[in-house]
Ligand binder design. Structure first.
Ligand code: IVH
Length: 672
């Protein structure tokens, strides 16, 4: 006995599978497992195999058809597929609204906004609820018939859902327009597989989606998961769809995926808020976007406003600042991070990417330099997604100058850090300074920061530094400013008086002289004199952090090695974060403008002076624009001779014809 009639059973299976498919691919909320789906599909296939006359065009077994011989047929669109004019800021949006107001004075303002997907436009035709054809945009008038390929897209309904209140859309012709995209997660998965198979990776989801839809073999298309998002619906009777927001409700009711974020606003402020809100959040969307779409919500007004060229007057595309830009690599410098790891950093001609100026980007390690095949002099593509740190995407090989040099990591290390030794262990991609740990580097760094010549923090000497770092109270230089009295008391080394003393000493140094602070940061090759020269030229940490190699080399006494070291330090994201941390803890170094009385004069002190410390004298000289040198050189202007002066310095000074003065004369020069 037959339990069910095959025709009835096949119909039930098709309906059930369509429901499950909708739940899975459109609602993202499946009610059954894949195994159940597979076994029901196998059952349907079996019936269809035994009764081929029962196969229907909307059967899920028909999603993947056979290869198209002879290419795609051209099809004329029933109504033209338009594109949109771009706008870039609020002023552009206001100008657009004004143009519409002039044409339709007294119009009610209502705007419909949605996210603009970066894929390819496609029109799907349904007749009496059944999917019959898919046409690419083509030139807007004539597109190509890609029905068989679109049929493989799992969230495209093969039959429209019959929802109460929307039955009219299941009668006659319904055209649904939307964007075919590849979701980022699917794109990444596919590329991973290609890497594993040793095949070249695809450039981006948009190109891959566009390339896929033009494949002649639907089998291959089915292996590349495409996704359809509807944004428009066209009916012969325009009265079926009074507004764009209602159109979106209909799209959902008929079983399409559409952006849930679409909104309606009755004023421009609302639109601008939507724009700002999505500026950052759009990176969290599952697909790539290239902006937003803003339309007049009322469709009768939309039509009335008409079309100019290829674009409707009643809609615009709001484009966000580009997230890619090209620039030239001027140098590759190496930064030594907190752990002693040597990180190569590309230095560029400054370029604006996604609204901020980019001057450098980490190249991560020697392998990455090799992978990108990046050389000094190359033009590169920089990209930045949202808040993410800028990265080099690729090299524009066509623009490579003939003399572009291969980067030699080992050579660059010994040029920039001749005093250090580096080691790259087996299987590691990173070069590290030999003989240091991050703890040791931090201890040395903090000792230097607190030392007399730098911030001069009382009682923060070697032993206390070791205690603070070992106790885990300090993980970077800025952390000392958040240490509390209570925390110190818990350590063996501290009693009430000593703890209080240290906290007070640290708090007192929240506004250090800028040059001492820059020196204290421990940038390689930046002694106090260089720090002073730097801040005399740049006056603020912000400006110094943005200095170019050329600007740095323009300063007397700063050559390539020092300039590269400064650039490398500021290019390290950890250091950027450190500066921000200082700032948020209320550490505000002060720049004191020098009166310049001693500018151009170079001083050396030999022996001990009585009335002030050597550091104080050096500070005073620098504060007046002079330079404090540690050894007599040809360009020394004055040798100050104190008690127990060194004979060799005096002899050298005489040889060079340098002025020799005593402590009193120096004090008079300082006092002026
Ligand atoms: S509405 C008159 N909404 O962007 C065209 N388009 O440059 C009205 N696009 O051709 C289109 N996401 O391919 C609209 N949410 C969206 C969209 C969207 C992507 C594409 C579409 C259109 C192009 C306009």
């Amino acid at each position: 006995m037959m339990l069910t009639q095959p025709e009835k059973h096949a119909k039930e299976l098709r309906e059930l599978l369509a429901k499950y498919s909708y739940e899975y691919h459109v609602l993202d909320n499946p009610s059954v497992s894949n195994d159940i789906w597979d076994s029901l599909l196998a059952e349907l296939k079996r019936i269809e195999f035994e009764h081929p006359e029962l196969i229907t065009i909307d059967s899920p077994t028909q999603r993947v058809g056979s290869e198209l011989l002879g290419g795609f047929q051209k099809v004329t669109h029933k109504s033209r597929m338009l594109s949109l004019n771009d706008v870039f800021d609020r002023a552009d949006v206001e100008a657009w609204v004004k143009r519409m107001d002039n044409l339709l004075p007294g119009r009610q303002h209502e705007y419909f906004t949605d996210i603009k997907m970066d894929g390819l436009a496609c029109a799907l035709i349904y007749q009496d609820g059944l999917f019959i054809q898919a046409i690419t945009r083509g030139d807007g008038f004539v597109g190509e018939d890609v029905t068989e390929n679109v049929r493989t897209i799992k969230n495209v309904p093969l039959r429209l859902i019959d929802t109460d209140g929307f039955d009219e859309f299941l009668l006659g012709r319904t055209e649904v327009r939307g964007e075919i995209v590849m979701l980022r997660k699917d794109f990444e998965k596919l590329n991973k597989k290609r890497v594993a198979a040793g095949e070249p990776v695809f450039a981006n989801p948009r190109n891959l989606a566009a390339g896929t839809i033009r494949q002649l073999d639907p089998q291959l298309v089915a292996e590349r998961p495409l996704h359809f998002r509807a944004y428009d619906l066209i009916r012969d009777n325009v009265l079926d769809l009074p507004t764009n927001i209602f159109t979106y409700e209909v799209l959902s009711a008929l079983g399409f995926t559409r952006n849930q974020q679409a909104s309606v606003f009755n004023n421009l402020d609302g639109v601008v808020k939507f724009v700002d809100n999505w500026d950052e959040k759009r990176h969290d969307l599952p697909f790539n976007t290239d902006g937003l779409v803003i339309k007049v919500n009322d469709r009768a007004q939309f039509t009335k406003l008409g079309v100019v060229g290829k674009q409707p007057r009643a809609a615009v595309a709001y484009k966000y600042a580009p997230e890619q830009a090209t620039t030239m690599v001027r140098d590759i410098v190496i930064s030594i991070g907190r752990t002693g790891a040597a990180t190569p950093v590309a230095v560029f001609d400054p370029v604006v990417v996604a609204g901020t100026t980019v001057r450098h980007a980490s190249l991560h390690n020697a392998d990455e330099i090799e992978r990108l095949d990046i050389r000094i002099g190359d033009t590169v593509v920089i990209f930045k997604a949202g808040d993410i740190i800028p990265q080099v995407q690729s090299v524009v090989l066509e623009l490579r100058p003939k003399n572009a040099e291969l980067f030699n990591f080992g050579k660059a290390l010994s040029n920039q850090y001749p005093e250090l030794q580096f080691d790259r262990s087996e299987g590691e991609v990173v070069y590290r300074v030999v003989g240091v740990t991050s703890d040791l580097l931090l201890k040395r760094g903090l000792e230097h920061f607190a030392s007399k010549g730098a911030l001069d923090i009382d009682t923060l000497g070697e032993k206390n530094v070791v205690a603070l770092v070992d106790a885990g109270l300090v993980n970077d230089l800025a952390d000392i400013y958040s240490i509390t009295f209570g925390q110190l008391l818990k350590l063996d080394r501290f009693a009430e008086t000593s703890a209080k003393k240290l906290v007070t000493a640290i708090t007192e140094k929240k506004s250090p002289l800028l040059e001492r602070f820059v020196y204290g940061l421990g940038i390689r090759h930046v002694g106090i004199q260089t720090a002073t020269d730097l801040i005399n030229r740049f006056n603020s940490l912000d400006d110094l952090s943005e200095a170019t190699i050329e600007q740095l080399q323009d300063i007397d006494g700063i050559g390539n090695v020092v300039a590269e070291s400064i650039i490398a330090w500021f290019a390290d994201p950890d250091n950027e974060a450190l500066i921000e941390k200082f700032n948020s803890l209320g550490v505000k170094p002060v720049y004191v403008k020098k009166d310049g009385r001693l500018s151009g004069m170079n001083f050396v002190i030999t022996g001990t002076i009585q009335t002030m410390s050597r550091d104080q004298a050096a500070d005073d000289i620098r504060a007046l624009g002079g330079t404090f040198q540690t050894a007599v050189a040809k360009d020394t202007t004055y040798l100050v001779v104190g008690e127990k002066a060194g004979a060799s310095k005096i002899k050298k000074a005489k040889e060079y014809g340098i002025n020799i003065i005593n402590e009193q004369q120096l004090i008079e020069m300082i006092k002026g």
